[in-house]
Design a protein around this ligand. Structure first.
Ligand code: NAD
Length: 290
């Protein structure tokens, strides 16, 4: 019976934080991140608050623009255009999810790729397809690679199974793991995958990015496997004062079989925020060098 070691995202993020602070101090003008939030989704507000707070700690300038949930698409388009044209702005982030009447993909595609600190623009995702990993990389997969490197988890030649194929996590994660530098052998799985448990059982590294609480349990896991749990799921829990807790996509019992597990919360989440900071600094540097 194994008890997995913890891939501590907080510890890793605080190490990277020091490096970013040093990087920021060498730039003449602090990098400037603009975060746009539309509507009052409570979870989004918490995420955005966290990003702004982290900017402050790192010496990154931030501006929060809050818009009413019923804002028209045209107004939002002109806001993005203004931010693109503003030389004082290094990074633009439109907090997801947007209200249903707004086309999120179309709107994020309007962001200047050089200011696309989320890394979701087709140009930035396309660069990843080309194997170019020196630009703006989606924060969650980028953070996961940094976390695995921090704990010196071997990736080269290993079997990595990514569960989920989203534009935000699964697909860029798969590309990064397969890229030169990581050199993992990658299997991309999704909602239509047959015998998912059997596929996962072959993995040396599992990245779970589905959004289903405790879906992956220890019967799916090869002994010694590394489990990175991306899922953030709210589940009822009467033992908590607020009546709910956060749970990952992996069942806690995976710890009995895996060698390493990332906790939820405290694993991938802090790394995602730190990579947003990293991308903001990178965006500032790239734009100012041009
Ligand atoms: P998404 O809904 O866009 O994608 C989910 C993916 O899971 C899809 O590709 C789908 O094919 C796959 N899927 C759905 N049901 C499945 C099943 N039964 N078996 C196998 N695959 C299945 O979600 P996302 O944006 O990629 O996010 C995934 C999870 O990660 C969510 O819980 C989200 O909250 C969390 N997340 C966490 C962070 C973080 O910083 N920790 C960042 C982004 C997303």
């Amino acid at each position: 019976m194994m008890t997995a070691q913890i891939l501590d995202g907080k510890a890793c993020a605080s190490q990277i934080e020091k490096e970013i602070i040093a990087e920021v101090s060498k730039i003449s003008r602090p990098p400037h991140l603009v975060v746009v939030i539309v509507g009052g989704d409570p979870a989004s507000k918490v995420y955005v608050g966290n990003k702004i707070k982290t900017c402050k700690r790192l010496g990154i300038r931030s501006t929060l623009i809050e818009k009413e949930a019923n804002i028209s698409e045209d107004l939002l388009k002109s806001l993005i255009q203004e931010l693109n044209d503003d030389d004082d702005v290094d990074g633009i982030l439109i907090q997801s999810p947007l209200p249903n009447h707004l086309d999120e993909i179309m709107l994020t595609d309007l962001i200047d790729p050089l200011k696309d600190v989320d890394g979701f623009h087709p140009i930035n995702l396309g660069r990843l397809v080309q194997g170019r990993t020196d630009g703006l990389i989606p924060c969650t997969p980028f953070g996961i690679i940094r976390l695995l490197n921090y704990y010196q988890i071997p990736l080269q030649g290993k079997q990595a199974v990514v569960i989920g194929r989203s534009r935000i996590v699964g697909m860029p994660m798969s590309l990064l793991l397969a890229s030169q530098g990581c050199n993992a052998t990658v299997t991309i799985t999704h909602s239509k995958t047959e015998d998912l448990a059997e596929v996962v059982k072959r993995a040396d590294i599992v990245i779970a990015a589905v959004g289903r609480a405790e879906m992956i349990d220890n019967t799916w896991i090869k002994p010694g496997c590394v489990v990175v749990d991306v899922g953030i799921n709210r589940v009822d829990d009467a033992s908590h004062e607020r009546g709910w807790k956060l749970s990952g996509d992996a069942h806690p019992n995976v710890s009995s079989t895996a060698s390493w597990v990332s906790p939820v919360p405290g694993g991938v989440g802090p790394m995602t925020v730190m990579m947003l900071m990293q991308n903001t600094v990178t965006a500032a540097k790239i734009r100012r060098q041009r």
